[in-house]
Design a protein around this ligand. Structure first.
Ligand code: NAD
Length: 289
């Protein structure tokens, strides 16, 4: 490969632990090279004890910015000079833009989700959706969907020690958007069936269906699925979870989390470079990862 790194080349970082498995460096560098942007994207494996100095290095090294993953998404919030509207509501960030020394925190998971819906020609604006899960991925999706104009979101989560906190968080999001948001116990299958029956999309935003229990599904009664109800699973390994198999068997759109992964990266790329990511160039990297 031809060396294009010069004294002018700018740096974008990825701060997380663990991170060596990530496909993001491959995706972002492919996109940067394809558009002849004089920057490189490198992964730095660092734990909580080095977050503050890593964030400070964005200013010191005049980096374009950074991506953050676990365990830094929430801890970095108070270290920002400014937050996007979605980042404020989610309470977590995955992207930092260095605007001449001012660090602006964004969350692009929700944008990635909404853009992938567009790709799949699934329209939920002004409509209702049901989502299972209320963790990091679910919150990012709920916030962006609410900001983008989804009318109502029914949230189902297991009744664990976080349930009351989740309720509070959803009330906060509801108060700051014009979306109706309600939380239910996932064990309440009658309520779930009723909400799904007038929803235009069902989303799984839990890890249920991943290894080691590939047969598991966040819902047990598949009769609530319908041919005109698209089902979205944020999981991308495996590509087809039990939930998606069941949805597909009913003839509906069954979408995995690869699109969300792709477009959250594309949204970050646009924030750093002001340019649209060349999606067709990076899609094969994600699909083969
Ligand atoms: P998290 O730990 O923040 O939240 C997990 C959620 O799943 C919680 O609501 C929890 O109550 C629920 N849950 C866990 N085990 C459950 C069970 N046995 N039954 C019912 N509910 C259960 O995790 P997260 O960061 O929100 O990630 C969730 C999933 O989303 C993971 O599979 C992750 O890989 C995926 N994800 C995908 C993308 C993407 O780009 N496609 C992005 C982020 C996360």
């Amino acid at each position: 490969m031809e060396n294009t790194i010069t004294g002018h080349t700018r740096l974008i970082g990825l701060f997380a632990e663990p991170i060596r498995h990530s496909v993001s460096p491959m995706i972002q560098n492919t996109a940067l090279q394809a558009l002849d942007i004089d920057a490189v994207y490198l992964a730095f494996e660092l734990g909580e004890d080095r977050l503050i100095s890593a964030i400070e290095s964005i200013r010191t090294l005049e980096m374009l910015g950074a991506n953050l993953s676990m365990p830094h998404k929430m801890a970095a919030v108070p270290l920002m000079d400014e937050l996007s509207e979605a980042a404020k509501l989610v309470g977590a960030i995955n992207t930092i833009v260095n605007d001449n020394g001012r660090l602006i925190g964004y969350t692009t998971d929700g944008t990635g989700f909404m853009r992938s819906l567009k790709d799949q020609e699934i329209d939920i604006i002004g409509k209702k959706m049901t989502i299972i899960g209320a963790g990091g991925a679910a919150t990012a999706i709920i916030v962006q969907a609410a900001l983008d104009g989804v009318k109502e979101i029914a949230v189902y989560n297991r009744k664990d020690e976080f349930f009351e906190k989740v309720k509070e968080k959803l009330r906060y999001i509801e108060a700051h958007t014009s979306c109706i948001i309600h939380l239910h116990d996932l064990a309440n299958s009658d309520e779930l069936a009723a909400d799904v029956s007038d929803s235009s999309l069902l989303v799984n935003a839990t890890g249920v269906g991943m290894k080691p229990n590939l047969a598991a599904s966040p819902i047990e009664d598949f009769s609530i699925l319908r041919a005109d109800l698209p089902v979205y699973d944020v999981i991308y390994t495996p590509r087809e979870t039990t939930l998606l198999k069941e949805a597909k068997a009913r003839g509906t759109k069954a979408v995995n989390g690869l699109g969300m992964l792709l477009y959250q990266g594309a949204a970050a790329f646009e924030l750093w470079t002001g340019k649209e990511m060349p999606i067709e160039k990076v899609k094969p990297i994600i699909e083969n990862s």
